[in-house]
Design a protein around this ligand. Structure first.
Ligand code: ADP
Ligand code: TRP
Length: 331
């Protein structure tokens, strides 16, 4: 796959995750797992979006803590630092310069129509400038590293469209090849993981199933999944069932078929189905949990990975930025 400058290079895959709380099953299937799997197809650039997290939180100690925790989580999920560049966004402050350059070609209506901004404001997050400009910084994250593919969940689709639109504008204004056109990778089967209440799973809806944590608490959460009041002996609906939708993520085809058949036949209660789901979920993350414990006991290693990643990312950013600075006339 070609990148800026006409060189034929390996495909670059990039994604970012905000350190705004414990990652959940939606983050895992929507972004982390695809990112981990795509490592086999190209070079991953994966980062912790700490600048972005500042748009919705103002606790310095919590930010520091969340960055480290997310680094451990992502590594435990299979991010391989020998194959991928793993870093924190703010280790490459150059991204802000590119965000500024992109702002100069960004029409206000493009940002005005972003749902994510409106959703966050309606949830009570203060409507500050950074929150409004969030998609421009995200576009800069992507374009700074000449990314080809960006694995994300469906909720980020519009931000990828903004990114592509800004890339087009920059290339039209300053010449083809100024930046590389990225493409969103959104897997249909996991584009929108349902939460415990049947809505989109999200940290902000208090309906999330975290990837890691205390077993008792996590099993209790599964038991909280909202179901209807069909009596035990009656057949139960299989459409719009959060239990089935989540079980599908973890179960084998035959176990899933059994779960559906047992819903249809009646005679088994929701408590039983939820227990099956809790077991499948718990087993799924067992190897990652073990890896997480090892990493948490070796923070020096985690810091070193992020440091090395930052060095690599900065080198890459310097090259792209110098190309873009030349194209726009800053040098
Ligand atoms: P949250 O909505 O919980 O705050 P983030 O916005 O931090 O999650 O999302 C991080 C990544 O996880 C993004 O790529 C996003 O699209 C993906 N993601 C988040 N929630 C889901 C979900 N319920 N289903 C699928 N992907 C999701
Ligand atoms: N906005 C993304 C989210 O909330 C995080 C993010 C920041 C990102 N920069 C990115 C994702 C660049 C993909 C590419 O999940």
């Amino acid at each position: 796959m070609g990148r800026g400058g006409g060189h034929v290079l390996v495909m670059r895959i990039l994604t970012g995750l905000q350190p705004s709380g414990k990652p959940h099953v939606g983050n895992y299937f929507g972004a982390m797992k695809p990112a981990v799997e795509l490592q086999a197809e190209g070079e991953g650039f994966y980062f912790i979006a700490d600048y972005h997290a500042m748009t919705s939180g103002r606790d310095a100690a919590a930010l520091r803590e969340n960055v480290r925790e997310l680094a451990i989580d992502f590594l435990a999920c299979g991010l391989n630092p020998d194959r991928s560049v793993f870093f924190r966004q703010s280790a490459v402050p150059e991204v802000n310069e590119l965000a500024w350059i992109l702002s100069t070609v960004c029409p206000m209506p493009l940002l005005n129509k972003c749902h994510s901004y409106k959703d966050k404001v309606s949830q009570g997050i203060s409507p500050n400038h950074a929150l409004f400009a969030y998609p421009v910084l995200m576009a800069a994250d992507i374009l700074l590293y000449d990314s080809n593919k960006v694995p994300v969940g469906k909720d980020q689709k519009q931000h990828l469209e903004v990114t592509r639109s800004l890339a087009t504008k920059l290339n039209e204004t300053y010449g083809e090849g100024t930046v590389v056109m990225p493409e969103a990778i959104i897997r249909e089967e996991t584009e929108l993981v349902i939460g415990l209440d049947g809505r989109k799973m999200s940290k902000s809806y208090d309906n999330a199933l975290p990837l890691f944590g205390d077993e008792k608490k996590l099993r209790k959460l599964v038991m909280k999944i909202v179901t209807d009041s069909t009596p035990v002996e009656d057949p139960k609906p299989t459409e719009n069932s959060a239990v089935i939708a989540l079980y599908k993520l973890f179960a084998s085809e035959s176990d899933l078929a059994k779960m559906i058949a047992d819903h249809q036949s009646g005679g088994i209660g929701y408590g039983d189905f939820k227990k099956r789901l809790a077991d499948a979920y718990w087993d799924h993350f067992t190897p990652m949990r073990a890896r997480r414990d090892e990493l948490a006991a070796d923070l020096g290693y985690v810091d070193e990975v992020l440091q090395k990643g930052a060095d690599r990312a900065r080198d890459e950013a310097a090259k792209t930025l110098s190309r873009i600075r030349k194209a726009v006339g800053l040098i």
